[in-house]
Design a protein around this ligand. Structure first.
Ligand code: HEM
Length: 182
């Protein structure tokens, strides 16, 4: 679906998509530990977005992310905690009114609805995060409300997720260094 919103946020989409951590995830190169760290950040974001009713009830992600986290913990992966970049974004989202949060809902739910269907086959878990009941209705509920005037706010959301990808990559490189020197 072509729109001014998509056009004017396309550059940041490209930057986010090409972040090293995201590329690793997309190539199926993340181990369970690194993927768990990613899911911890996603849980913080989606929890901030799910304090108010969503455009469609089947969009809700808290349960599916928590189930994926549980699966990884059962397999022995450990939580590493919320990154500062995530806390900053989470606090920003929590300060928005329900209608001010809508651009961020567009951003995060369409991200997993689209890129996520391939991602599901690449991540080291069942990937319940990417499964939607009523998939078409979920997408439609966002498409029906999206507005071109959301450009700035959506781009702010991309900046936040880009910072989070950078912080995840930094943690991954740090962990690799520690393992190499052990
Ligand atoms: C490997 C990573 C990714 C891939 C392969 C990917 C792929 C895609 C594709 C193919 C579409 C277009 C769907 C269509 O027009 O029919 C799309 C749309 C979208 N993606 Fe991504 N994406 C990725 C990462 C991300 C990330 C990290 C975000 C933000 C958190 C994001 C947010 C969005 C949004 C908001 C749209 C909807 C744009 C619109 O049509 O209005 N994507 N993505």
């Amino acid at each position: 679906m072509q729109s001014l919103l998509k056009d004017q946020t396309a550059e940041k989409h490209r930057i986010a998509e090409r972040k090293p951590f995201n590329m690793r995830m997309f190539k199926g190169e993340l181990n369970q530990q690194a993927y768990l760290h990613y899911l911890e950040q996603q849980l913080a974001i989606f929890t901030a977005l799910e304090q108010h009713p969503l455009p469609h009830p089947s969009l809700n992600r808290i349960e599916s992310i928590s189930a994926d986290i549980q699966e990884l913990e059962t397999a022995g992966a450990l939580r590493k905690g919320e990154l500062t970049a995530t806390t900053t974004y989470k606090n920003y989202l929590s300060g928005l009114t329900p209608s001010e949060q809508l651009p961020h809902i567009y951003l995060h739910y369409l991200a997993i609805a689209y890129g996520g269907q391939i991602m599901k086959t690449k991540v080291p878990s069942k990937g319940l995060f990417y499964d939607f009941h009523n998939f078409e209705a979920c997408i439609l509920s966002i498409r029906q409300i999206q507005q071109d005037s959301w450009v700035n706010e959506v781009n702010k959301g991309y900046d936040a997720i880009i910072n989070i990808f950078d912080a995840l990559e930094a943690t991954l490189l740090e962990t690799t260094k520690i393992i190499e020197h052990a």
